[in-house]
Design a protein around this ligand. Structure first.
Ligand SMILES: Cc1cc2nc3c(=O)[nH]c(=O)nc-3n(C[C@H](O)[C@H](O)[C@H](O)COP(=O)(O)OP(=O)(O)OC[C@H]3O[C@@H](n4cnc5c(N)ncnc54)[C@H](O)[C@@H]3O)c2cc1C
Length: 299
């Protein structure tokens, strides 16, 4: 955009909608987010989402959940979008609309069907753990080969695929693909949420450590958010880590390593994390899941 819109309406409260919406909000745009489902960022730990939602509204933004954008029309000074909610239809006037819904793979009409390459119902090219399709010698990587649609997942698949083609033994055998949402504050996650773990039949214990109790976060005055560690009580294994707060995008790599190396909460809690750093929140959250946190009351 050549200039910052005064009023920006974002259709879709997913990752891209919230990231770009918050960027323009920080430049001064009045932000409205319209989301079809009852919550923003479906699939993300709801406690993390709440913190970002609170920030958007504290800065004057409006979030409409369970709301469907139906049509738009031009007005004298912009666009009016009709939005249907449980309370009826309202027209929201704005200068710019960002449509941040409907990412889909571009796999049809490029000759793949003629070659017999299998494509699933959602349009993703079907591949095995070596990135090979059902047609020997044809490979697919990245967004077109399935979720999560993330650059680092595409890149790792590229490495695997290149090694396989070069005749080496390689396969996609990772435990987890970390995901980051560059909102303010950032959200970063690996593995299962508490809800997802329960749905898989696991009995979980959750340890949560708020940044407000952390020296480094106080020093940089970024105290919103927390680190949450989800642990399988039977094995002690960490099955998910969810962070919302300062430098969440950098902190998540340690969490990814923990899941890849099948670490327990005790492994993280007993690892000495240097002071004063944001990383200490990870150690404290793991300790909290064991009832051993030092800087908060254990429940
Ligand atoms: C707004 C936005 C923000 C994002 N932010 C992040 C982020 O912060 N972190 C992250 O990890 N991921 C992010 N992503 C996702 C990330 O961009 C993708 O996961 C990544 O680019 C996937 O790489 P890829 O090579 O599979 O596909 P692409 O990067 O889409 O590359 C595919 C290329 O193929 C070309 N192409 C398509 N059809 C044909 C054809 N028939 N012939 C020749 N060429 C063709 C396309 O033009 C494109 O250049 C974001 C995506 C969007 C849209």
């Amino acid at each position: 955009l050549k200039k910052v819109p005064k009023r920006l309406l974002v259709i879709g409260g997913g990752v891209i909608g919230l990231e770009l919406g918050m960027v323009y909000q920080s430049f001064g745009a009045q932000l409205t987010v319209v989301e079809l489902t009852p919550s923003l960022l479906p699939g993300v730990d709801p406690d993390c989402t709440k913190i970002v939602e609170k920030t958007i509204t504290k800065r004057g933004g409006v979030i409409l959940k369970g709301a469907r954008a139906e049509r738009w029309e031009k007005t004298a000074d912009g666009v009016a979008v009709s939005v249907v909610t449980s309370e009826g239809t309202q027209k929201i006037e704005c200068d710019t609309v960002l449509v941040a819904v409907g990412m889909k793979p571009r796999s049809r009409g490029v000759g793949l069907e003629e070659l017999g390459v299998a494509i699933d119902q959602r349009g993703f090219i079907t591949t095995d753990e070596r990135c090979e399709t059902n047609v020997p010698g044809i490979y697919a990587i990245g967004d077109v080969s399935g979720v999560p649609m993330l650059a680092h997942k595409a890149s790792k698949e590229g490495e695997v695929c290149a090694e396989v083609i070069a005749g080496k033994k390689a396969a996609k055998d990772w435990v987890t693909v970390p995901g980051i949402i560059f909102t303010d504050p950032e959200i970063a996650t690996v593995g299962l949420t508490e809800q997802q773990a329960k749905e898989q039949g696991l009995t979980v214990k959750v340890g949560k450590f708020p940044f407000i109790a952390l020296a480094r976060a106080l020093a940089i005055q970024e105290t919103d958010g927390f680190v949450k560690v989800v642990t399988d009580t039977k094995s002690g294994r960490v099955v998910g880590i969810h962070i919302v707060g300062p430098s969440a995008s950098d902190l998540i790599s340690e969490a990814a390593l923990a899941l890849e190396t099948v670490a327990t909460a005790e492994d993280i809690a007993l690892t000495i994390h240097p002071h004063p750093t944001l990383g200490e929140a990870m150690m404290e959250a793991a300790a909290a899941s064991l009832g051993h946190a030092i800087h908060i009351a254990n429940r």
